[in-house]
Design a protein around this ligand. Sequence first.
Ligand code: SF4
Ligand code: SF4
Length: 408
Amino acid sequence: MRQETTAPAGEAVRSSRHIDELKAIIYQCNRCGQCLDFSTLGLAAKCPAYWGGLFESYASRGKFNIARALVDGLIDYDEELARRVYSCTECRACAENCFKFLDTTAIFTAMKQDLAERGLIPENYRRALYGEMGLDEVHNVYQAPHAERLAWLSRRERVDRPARTAFFVGCTSAYVRQNMAIDTAETLELLGVDYTVLSDEWCCGHPYIAAGLLDKARQSLEHTIAQYQRLGVERVVFNCPGCLKTFKHDAPRLLGRRLPFEPVHILEEIARLAEEGEIRFLPVSPKIVVTYHDSCTLGRWLGVYEAPRQILRHIPGVSVREMRRNRNLAYCCGAGGLIRFDYPNIATRAGEERLREAEETGADTLVTSCPACLMQFQQIRNKLRSAMRVVDITELIWKQIDVPGKPQ
Ligand code: SF4
Ligand code: SF4
């Protein structure tokens, strides 16, 4: 069934196309295919959309060919093309592999902008954005009431107070993996950080960017930034790489200015303190063998590979076994790009392959550093009836950190 072709509210209808502005990059693709899959040779990271979709048109080279046909006027946008573009997990494996260092995801975002303006956002994603209790209304994609965003927080004195540091909670921590929010906040308490959280925090805007609705993302970002400015915030701590990437990488580009605060991931802070000997960890008992999954966003997008590994090395009783594909070559868990809304088979296939890879290490625990990866692996583990325990590193930190005043 053809979807309506009116543009979503908030995104201006243009007669020109965003993809045409990137012609120069599109023509640089030499169709070498390095972005398809050289992972069996250990040379490259693998594209989950390609391996889930099974046609080259799902992979970066295929989408560059489509983009070229678009700018050459040979084809036009339609639902089938939308399927190729919106099944991308934004894992950036293709950009990592590209010999010509092409900004592959910039092409995909431009295509999404054009598709969104033509009403071609896939059905379930569209409902999550605009439907009853959608992102537009409740400022999260979990259809949860906005008033319950801080339901996990017992320390009400932290809400909307002026402070130099803020904790940006993010939708997944706030609503569906609340332990991550609690563990992060309690760790900040133990470290003596005077922080604030917003009662009117909105989604960072990433689901809008992944849909191609950049004006909407700008509105979300401006809403939160203005509140931080009013409270005198100079540094914002994140536990979600996706939210951090939206503020650190996307916001300056979308808003055309520097942020008035420094965005940091809590793992970078903890790793620094551990390396400087400022904090210690209690031994894990009984001992555990863990394998660490590099979130695509924290890793390939933000370049944070060593901080979580440094933390794990500092926790007595934890030994680490690396997966065959790690750091910049890590395989995506399948949760990125919100593809589970409309393409759950592609998401699940990637998640299953990655969980099996984790099992191959012989580790008993899979450690993540992203709420989306955590959710994905917990669901996949249940589906496969795997014995692998899945925990986020914030849980390990909170349980094992050894500082005076910690409740036992
Ligand atoms: S970003 Fe990831 S999923 Fe998307 S085309 Fe590139 S490798 Fe494939
Ligand atoms: S690796 Fe780069 S140049 Fe080669 S086909 Fe892929 S996008 Fe094009």
